[in-house]
Design a protein around this ligand. Structure first.
Ligand SMILES: C[S@@+](CC[C@H](N)C(=O)[O-])C[C@H]1O[C@@H](n2cnc3c(N)ncnc32)[C@H](O)[C@@H]1O
Length: 432
């Protein structure tokens, strides 16, 4: 991979910073980072990147002659997301003969993006980590994302084809065939965005102007650490993104990192391709949809909404690491079988025996999920011992961290449910 020429993009960085190969487990894939070659004091600007040197919708759609083909396309395609636009810009700029002069200035940067990305969507069916994921929440979201990407690709290709038919004068600006804009190109562009783009809060004349998604050279080289105090902000005066050290000094020879946010391993694996041991942000998801065919469906939905205004009938419940069973989940289970809603206060057990039914249903669901996962861990664990391929083992270990965490969350939830069941049973026995 060629050296990344930051100066060509007018990106200025602190003298005590160097891009380096870090030597991770899977060599060559997203393996680079930024190292401090000397101590850097707190509150120091370590990089400045003009907004025009970033790939973002606001820069791409600015009313400048050179961007007109892209702006016309984006404005005529209302369903085009910021991610799609940045993705398209990446694909176009990587072409040897990029027809957009502005985008071609990014070719050094975009050709330096990793050739491949790690995400659970790239796991080969039947491989160790893929087998390990069976029955987990992450397997579900991986499949959903895979389908979504395939659909979005087809829609975007159609938009490009339709646009080129209508705007014949601009037809040479955009790819219109599978060959020029294949699913693989789209996936590469999208994962460049998912794993490297950031959201920037902008203000215009002191007023909040919302958040802009952008791919920012150099900032996209910082790896994630939950302890990093490094941050970035938009500097209106210079029209640039400034990266600052924050309240901590950065010591010589240490890696300069960024905190990507409170992300659970399921998101880290899906969008960034790595996982963190003991991730406090992990959660397990339980799908308990409120079926529209249920008796009194709309009254039940209304009741749940009064209990939890954010409740959506099709969305899963999150069981947080170390957290309690969500009270809305218990309410849903109590409300679901009711056939008469008069006088029901869903926040409290309807009766001990009803509550026992609710808790037993929950116990069964949690037990089923736990058993599926622990079964995978046992089965795949044996294959793991025989596996010799280093990359495959590295992928397996990343996924194992997530799977064990999900199992731990489910086990804690099961203990809580069983504790409640025992307490009710003891109470009922006490009444005899
Ligand atoms: C914003 S890029 C950082 C630069 C990247 N390492 C490279 O070589 O171009 C994010 C990617 O870096 C890797 N990464 C970032 N933080 C990491 C971490 N804490 N552990 C393992 N990999 C990490 C992941 O592959 C992630 O998708």
């Amino acid at each position: 991979m060629a050296e990344l020429d930051l100066a060509a993009l007018n990106v200025s960085t602190h003298d005590a910073l160097a891009l380096a190969l870090l030597g991770g487990t899977v060599e060559g894939i997203n393996d680079r980072g930024v190292i401090a070659t000397a101590n850097i004091p707190p509150n120091t600007v370590i990089a400045q990147i003009p907004l025009t040197s970033t790939i973002s919708s606001s820069a791409l759609l600015a009313n400048v002659e050179e961007f007109s083909a892209l702006s016309t396309f984006a404005n005529s395609s209302s369903s085009l997301s910021d991610d799609d636009l940045i993705c398209l810009a990446i694909i176009l700029s990587r072409k040897e003969s990029c027809p957009h002069p502005y985008l071609s200035t990014f070719s050094g940067f975009t050709n330096n993006l990793p050739a491949t990305f790690d995400s659970t969507i790239f796991l080969t069916p039947g491989s160790l980590p893929h087998n390990l994921l069976k029955g987990t929440n992450l397997m579900h979201s991986t499949a959903m994302l895979q389908n979504q990407i395939a659909q979005d690709h087809a829609v975007l290709l159609k938009l490009l084809q339709d646009f080129s038919m209508v705007h014949v004068d601009m037809k040479d600006f955009f790819p219109t065939t599978e060959e020029d804009f294949g699913l693989e190109d789209y996936v590469h562009g999208l994962f460049s965005v998912y794993s490297r783009a950031c959201d920037l809060s902008m203000s215009v004349e002191g007023r909040d102007a919302g958040r802009v998604r952008l791919l920012c050279p150099f900032l996209d080289m910082l790896n994630h650490s939950t302890t990093s105090k490094v941050f970035y902000e938009f500097d209106t005066e210079t029209g640039s993104v400034k990266i600052k050290t924050g309240e901590d000094e950065i010591l010589k020879d240490s890696e300069v990192t960024l905190n990507y946010g409170p992300l659970p391993n399921s998101k880290l694996l899906l969008f960034y391709g790595f996982s963190l041991p003991n991730n406090a942000h992990d959660f397990a998801e339980l799908f308990v949809p409120l079926n529209p065919d249920l008796a009194l469906y709309s009254s039940k939905l209304e009741l749940l909404k009064t209990l939890s205004p954010t409740y959506l009938p099709s969305q899963p419940f999150q069981i947080k690491k170390g957290g309690a069973i969500p009270s809305t989940l218990l309410s849903l289970l109590r409300i679901m079988p009711l056939i008469d809603l008069d006088g029901v206060d869903a926040t409290f057990p309807i009766s001990d025996s009803n509550e026992l039914g609710v808790l037993s249903a929950l116990e069964g669901a949690l037990q089923g999920m736990s058993q599926a996962i622990s079964g995978n861990l046992l089965l795949v664990g044996d294959d793991r011992k025989a596996e010799e391929d280093v990359n495959s083992i590295a992928e397996y270990e990343k996924v194992r961290i997530y799977v064990e965490s999900e199992l731990e969350i489910l086990s804690t939830a099961l203990q809580e449910v069983r504790g409640r069941i025992s307490a009710i049973q003891e109470g009922l026995e006490g009444c005899d």
